[in-house]
Ligand binder design. Structure first.
Ligand code: R5P
Length: 321
């Protein structure tokens, strides 16, 4: 079956890199807007019988990018593609994944339903906000992790001496544990209390951080408030003011850049699931080799789980230049 890769408008550079890794060109799509802002698209060439991968994170503007995926999947179905795989490096609408108060939607479930409704056969995602989002789908979800990329970077840069891996809240504890295991470092966690939809406060630091370099790992940096408050709490608890902040998805909204300019943050490292218009000062690690390998394995019916298991020694399986 022929393998085809399509890109929406959210991260064409990443799609291009993935296609190059695999050794195919991007299948062209005419993508535009009607004068009122509606998404308009057309597949330029035949996809009949093909195994198609649409690469599109749900980065801002989220609704537009989500709509593009839905319309592309519909066009592919109607054009007799054999398989429609949605490669969604950043899966948006994931933060409302349960009702924390009455009368709230479960937005992640709505998005999962929409994707299946338009005929998506499989989803490939990186660092879902909550792994249980996989359960909202009745189709396979390959959940990849950038944790190994981060571990390899830290080793390459010699940043692991006298360091402690810090989870900014209970939700990221599992990822932090994986990173700590890969690097054979201790782990600490921040107790975070949500005080509003976008506001949180750190109540205390769990674990030993005194005189250690904190390596904070999160899935998303949105406003950067979680990180700023986390770094304040860590410094107050005696950690070295040389934090490394690592996050997969650089959503970066509102005061994010000001918050990340915290004097106790030495380095900020993102994956490239969301393109950064201005990466000035931030390190960006590419997920293209990881996504390309996942696509190759899905296409040839080989195990993807080896890519998901982030345990084991750090030797560059997917090294970034
Ligand atoms: C929350 O549970 C997430 O893992 C992130 O910590 C959060 O979304 C970051 O948001 P912000 O940067 O606005 O504090």
């Amino acid at each position: 079956m022929e393998l085809k890769i399509l890109a929406g408008s959210a991260n064409p550079d990443l799609a291009q890199r993935v296609a190059r890794e695999i050794g195919v060109g991007l299948t062209p799509v005419e993508l535009g807007r009607f004068p009122d802002g509606e998404v308009r698209l057309r597949l330029v060439e035949s996809v009949r019988g093909a195994d198609v991968y649409v690469i599109q994170p749900m980065s801002p503007p989220v609704n537009d990018h989500l709509m593009e995926i839905l319309l592309m999947a519909d066009a592919l179905r109607r054009s007799s593609a054999s398989k429609v795989n949605a490669v969604i490096p950043y899966f948006g609408y994931a933060r409302q994944d349960k009702q924390t108060k009455g009368r709230e939607p479960i937005s992640a479930k709505v998005v999962a339903d929409l994707l299946q409704r338009v005929g998506v056969d499989r989803v490939i995602a990186v660092d879902l906000h909550a792994p249980q989002i996989q359960g909202f789908f009745n189709i396979p979800v390959d959940h990849l992790s950038a944790v190994r990329l981060f571990a390899e970077y830290l080793v390459r840069e010699g940043l692991t001496r006298d360091a402690v891996v810090v989870s900014p809240d209970a939700g990221r504890a599992e990822e932090a544990r994986r990173l700590a295991n890969l690097l054979e470092l201790p782990m600490a966690m921040l107790a975070k209390r949500r005080t509003g939809p976008t506001e949180t406060e750190v109540t205390y630091v769990i674990g030993k951080v005194k005189r250690q370099r904190p390596i904070i790992i999160d899935d998303i940096v949105s406003t950067g408030g979680t990180i700023r408050r986390g770094v304040d709490a860590l410094v107050e608890a005696g950690a070295r003011p040389e934090a490394v902040v690592m996050a997969t998805h650089a959503v970066l909204s509102g005061p994010a850049r000001e918050n990340l300019a915290h004097p106790a943050i030495e380095r900020v490292v993102f994956a490239d699931t969301i393109p950064l218009e201005d990466a000035g000062g931030y390190v960006v690690l590419s997920t293209a080799p990881l996504l390309a390998e996942a696509i190759r394995r899905v296409h040839t019916h080989r195990s993807v789980s080896e890519l998901m298991v982030a345990e084991g020694p750090v030797d560059p399986l997917f090294s970034n230049p």
